[in-house]
Design a protein around this ligand. Structure first.
Ligand code: AHG
Ligand code: MN
Ligand code: MN
Length: 336
């Protein structure tokens, strides 16, 4: 029988073999995984747990919050504030940063998260998830401020997501490839089920909200038009489309079998770079996708090179199979 490797074992072995997971980071990742297990339990209870529906409030970005957005945010804060690995946290659902209270030791790391991704799918029993990103607090000053968080995605020490679907799966990178862990509900532990995840470089599958087509910029429209033209068009092959409307689920499919995911800028709000959030969605997913051999850009620049100007910054996102992302990015460059 092949050896079952738990998340704990995987992290300890990574630390021993490669030395790139300091003890504080290992502890932090274990605690995030534990919090995700707690969120998975709430998600699974659904209507029986009274967790469905709207919370009747709005977040700082003007989006209506669901009960589970708030529950997941609280679970992550409560699980992570006392462990000693963190100085502060930032979340899509909080106006500003959450500094670890004085009664707990302050650690070296910063944790950012989208506590519940795919909120529109909560009430209809479709896959949703939690996305997280870990940064190191810059050295040289006491205390912690929003500025400490404004680091490019290339500075991430770790990133991951947990998808609450038919299975609960944790996907993680610490900068040495991507590993997937499936939650064994009987033992309560995450078990390594795929190591060294690789995204095929080519694909015949795209994910985009087609209802926005008339608002897209010409390079995006050109790419999708060519996909739709299929075997009789310039691409010479038929494409398939998928859109789950949970980034976490669309990206998970791409990690499993390739594809390209896009949430581009559109002309309705020209001053808004995109819908998705740079710090809580694009950076962690960009890091994971690159570590799996894929690519992630905003159409013109590599996502991980972008220098954030504000915590809740939004960005246009094109990610997945490398040759397709390169093609869409080249179409943007050709347009000038
Ligand atoms: P969130 O639930 O965290 O606000 O994120 C939802 C995002 C993302 O997960 C998904 O790809 C996209 O919004 C769906 O947007 P549409 O409803 O426009 O399809
Ligand atoms: Mn989200
Ligand atoms: Mn969310």
């Amino acid at each position: 029988m092949s050896r079952r490797v738990s998340l704990t074992q995987y992290l300890v072995e990574q630390q021993r073999a490669h030395g790139h997971i300091p003890a504080q980071l290992r502890l932090l990742l274990e605690v995030v995984a534990r919090a995700c297990k707690g969120i998975a339990i709430s998600v699974n209870k659904g209507a029986l747990g009274g967790v469905l529906g709207s919370a009747g409030s709005e977040n700082v970005q003007g989006e209506v919050q669901k009960k589970l957005d708030i529950i997941a945010n609280e679970v992550l804060i409560e699980a992570n504030e006392w462990g000693g690995a963190l100085a502060a946290m930032a979340s899509e659902e909080m106006d500003s940063i959450y500094v670890v209270p004085n009664r707990y030791p302050q650690g070296e790391y910063l944790l950012l998260f989208d506590p519940l991704d795919g909120s529109s799918n909560i009430d209809v029993n479709v896959s949703i998830g939690t996305i997280f990103s870990v940064l190191k607090k810059p050295e040289g000053h006491a205390g912690v401020s929003v500025d400490d968080f404004l680091q490019p995605g290339s500075a991430q020490a770790a990133a991951g997501y947990c998808i609450y679907g038919p299975q609960t799966t944790l996907v993680l990178t610490v900068g040495d490839g991507v590993a997937m862990f499936t939650l064994d509900r009987e033992t309560g532990s995450f078990v390594l089920t795929q190591d060294d995840v690789r995204i095929p470089e080519d694909t015949k599958e795209f994910a985009i909200n087609m209802s926005n087509m008339r608002h897209w910029a010409p390079p995006v429209k050109r790419y999708i038009d060519e996909c739709l033209a299929g075997s009789t068009g310039p691409r010479g092959k038929d494409f398939n489309m998928r859109w789950i409307a949970s980034m976490v689920a669309d990206v998970h499919r791409i990690l499993c079998r390739g594809g390209v995911f896009m949430y581009p800028w559109d002309a309705r709000e020209p001053n808004k770079p995109g819908k998705l959030r740079l710090m809580y969605e694009a950076n962690p997913m960009g890091f994971i996708v690159e570590q799996a051999g894929g690519a992630a850009t905003n159409g013109r620049e590599r996502i991980l090179d972008l220098k954030p100007k504000q915590l809740h910054e939004r960005v246009s996102v094109i990610l997945g199979s490398k040759n397709e992302v390169d093609r869409v990015t080249a179409y943007h460059a050709e347009q000038g």
